[in-house]
Design a protein around this ligand. Structure first.
Ligand SMILES: NC(=O)c1ccc[n+]([C@@H]2O[C@H](COP(=O)([O-])OP(=O)(O)OC[C@H]3O[C@@H](n4cnc5c(N)ncnc54)[C@H](OP(=O)(O)O)[C@@H]3O)[C@@H](O)[C@H]2O)c1
Length: 331
């Protein structure tokens, strides 16, 4: 049993990690502002505070390990690292595959070049997400030398994922009928279930893993992906493949959802983004449940959401119908 401090822990990735830590019998403390899902986890200690300048509830506290899920700005990450460096043995920092330079080469791994930002004091996370995560990783490695594990996550999916990037496709396939499917059937896609990441984080905690690890998903093709979703929801969906990017761009120029109208259909500038190599983490014990199990759980979770909840990505049915009609007229 470890005394574990989690930065964050109540939205999606961190929430699954906290659930896994409680299941594993660790003594879990979460630190956040108490705004996101404040009623979750009544059985554990909750420290209220703000990572940006509001760390006083952590003063003098000792933990075996930290699981830092919500570090984005190097200055803010440095502040908590400085406060905790002599009070914590092991630090797990949740980073991202977005640290790698684009266009990605096939099978890029932990040795591949990472993003940089000219002004390292920048706090513009939207513009420099990957580069700032690299600098956050460095802050932790500096404060906890040989005691840091960095998990560079690929695109994460699963219940509680409010970005809808995977959920949109699962739920659209389930609705059935003719649907727009971007991408050629044999194009790869790589998503990882948040619960598999949580299991790996728990193993890392127990074994005190250190170093930098890609934690991206297993490689599937869009064809395998859609067919899995179809089977899970027993759907009659038929896929009209539109991989003419210009057509998609021109016909739907201003999609309003934050994560776009065709989630996970990557821009050419990303190169071979969906081919990241996670062999090192897999060798240590990162395992993947089947996409069938993941899709089933996403499907069930999605059904629990309010019907009128704003979706963060995907097409509205009117947009999809319009695109399909124009596509057929064009041919
Ligand atoms: N989703 C993906 O596909 C993906 C891909 C690659 C990497 N990642 C990484 O996964 C992590 C994101 O996970 P998540 O958002 O799902 O994690 P989470 O830990 O489940 O949720 C975010 C937490 O941060 C807390 N928080 C926000 N602002 C705060 C502040 N100023 N001070 C203290 N606490 C604060 C929120 O609670 P309060 O609002 O109550 O404070 C909430 O508990 C990031 O490190 C991201 O880079 C995600």
């Amino acid at each position: 049993m470890k005394k574990l401090l989690v930065f964050g822990g109540t939205l999606f990735v961190g929430r699954h990690m906290v659930e896994a830590a409680i299941r594993a019998g660790h003594e879990v403390t979460i630190f956040n502002r108490g705004k996101t899902n404040p009623d979750l986890f009544p059985e554990i200690e909750k420290l209220k505070g703000d990572r940006d300048g509001g760390l006083s509830s952590l003063t003098g506290r000792r933990f075996d390990a930290v699981l830092d899920v919500n570090g984005y700005v190097p200055r803010i990450v440095r502040d908590s690292a400085e406060l905790l460096k002599d009070l914590v043995d092991h630090y797990i920092f949740i980073s991202t595959g977005a640290v790698y330079q684009k266009p990605a080469r096939v099978g890029y791994d932990e040795s591949s070049p990472v993003e940089t930002v000219e002004d390292e004091a920048s706090e513009d996370v939207r513009a420099h997400y990957g580069a700032l995560k690299v600098l956050c990783e460095q802050q932790i490695e500096h404060a906890f030398p040989d005691r840091t594990l960095v998990m560079r996550l690929g695109l994460v999916c699963g219940p509680y994922d409010e970005s809808d990037r995977t959920t949109y496709w699962v739920s659209r396939v389930a609705q059935g009928g003719e649907m727009l499917a971007p991408g050629e059937p044999d194009q790869p896609i790589q998503v990882v279930d948040a619960r598999d990441l949580a299991d790996f984080a728990m193993l890392a905690l127990e074994k005190k893993f250190t170093g930098v690890y890609n934690c991206t998903g297993q490689s599937l093709t869009w064809e395998q992906w859609f067919n899995t979703f179809k089977q899970v929801s027993d759907s009659d969906a038929s896929f009209t493949r539109i991989y003419d990017r210009e057509f998609l761009r021109n016909e739907l120029p201003n999609p309003t959802r934050p994560y776009g109208a065709y989630p996970l259909f990557m821009a050419e500038s990303m190169g071979h983004w969906w081919t990241a190599n996670s062999d090192r983490a897999q060798a240590l014990g990162l395992n993947y449940r089947s996409m069938t199990d993941t899709a089933k759980d996403i499907f069930e979770w999605d059904k629990t959401r309010p019907i009128d909840e704003q979706r963060m990505s995907g097409l509205t049915s009117e947009e999809e119908q319009m695109l399909l009609r124009k596509w057929h007229e064009r041919k």
